[in-house]
Design a protein. Structure first.
Length: 93
């Protein structure tokens, strides 16, 4: 039979873990990985629902990669030769 103190401690651990995993961790990860907080929170929820703590932990870097791909998809950058740029920058009149 469990003592009342052990039940209170167990309840505290579960509540603390849930708060940390669903509120604190997504915010910290969003700041360090440049992932918006709603996307980090949603990724943590989906990952947790699919595979528990491990998937919730791994879903945040995956969300960062997906967000980066979406942001940069379709952007094309013009490559300028250094010698050509130098000639264009100098006005020889």
């Amino acid at each position: 039979m469990m003592r009342p103190v052990s039940i209170i401690v167990l309840a505290w651990i579960v509540v603390y873990q849930q708060i940390e995993n669903y509120l604190l961790a997504p915010k910290l990860t969003a700041k360090t990985m440049a992932v918006s907080a709603p996307i980090a929170f949603t990724a943590a929820l989906i990952g947790g629902a699919l595979g528990g703590f491990l998937f919730a932990f791994l879903s945040l870097p995956v969300a960062g990669i997906i967000q980066s791909v979406i942001r940069n998809h379709g952007r094309q950058y013009e490559v300028i030769d250094d010698a050509g740029a130098a000639e264009q920058a100098v006005d020889r009149t």
